[in-house]
Design a protein around this ligand. Structure first.
Ligand code: GSH
Length: 111
């Protein structure tokens, strides 16, 4: 089984795994950041998918980082998490809703 790496994990969710960094190898220009916080069940669903799929994703804790929460309000008009920030080739996309994030990850990083 392959495990993804949770970079800068949410507090209370510290998990590190040895694994291959597929996303980095396949798409060096791609950066993924998951905005959320520990004890958010919808965030946990997404985090599990990240760990299953072998993708490197930076974790941005919106409870501990008010600037990150403000960023969500600026971009999406609300602070609801999880939100996946996708940066690729100078283009940025903000993807809310756990189901949509999981679907994106499964389609983008098919096993
Ligand atoms: N339908 C959303 C629900 C997300 C949700 O309810 N998130 C909670 C935390 S678990 C939240 O951010 N609540 C605070 C808010 O909406 O400002 C999803 O599946 O992502």
């Amino acid at each position: 089984m392959r495990h993804g790496r949770v970079i800068h994990p949410f507090s209370g969710c510290l998990e590190r795994h040895e694994h291959q960094h597929r996303a980095v190898m396949e798409s060096p220009a791609l950066k993924l950041s998951l905005y959320g916080y520990a004890y958010c069940p919808y965030c946990a669903r997404v985090t599990r998918e990240i760990e299953r799929s072998g993708i490197d994703v930076e974790m941005v804790d919106t409870l501990r980082n008010p600037e990150a929460r403000d960023q969500l309000y600026r971009e999406l008009g609300r602070g609801t998490v999880p939100v996946l920030r996708i940066q690729a080739g100078g283009v940025e996309r903000w993807l809310p809703e756990s189901r949509d994030i999981i679907q994106y990850l499964r389609e983008r990083f098919k096993a």
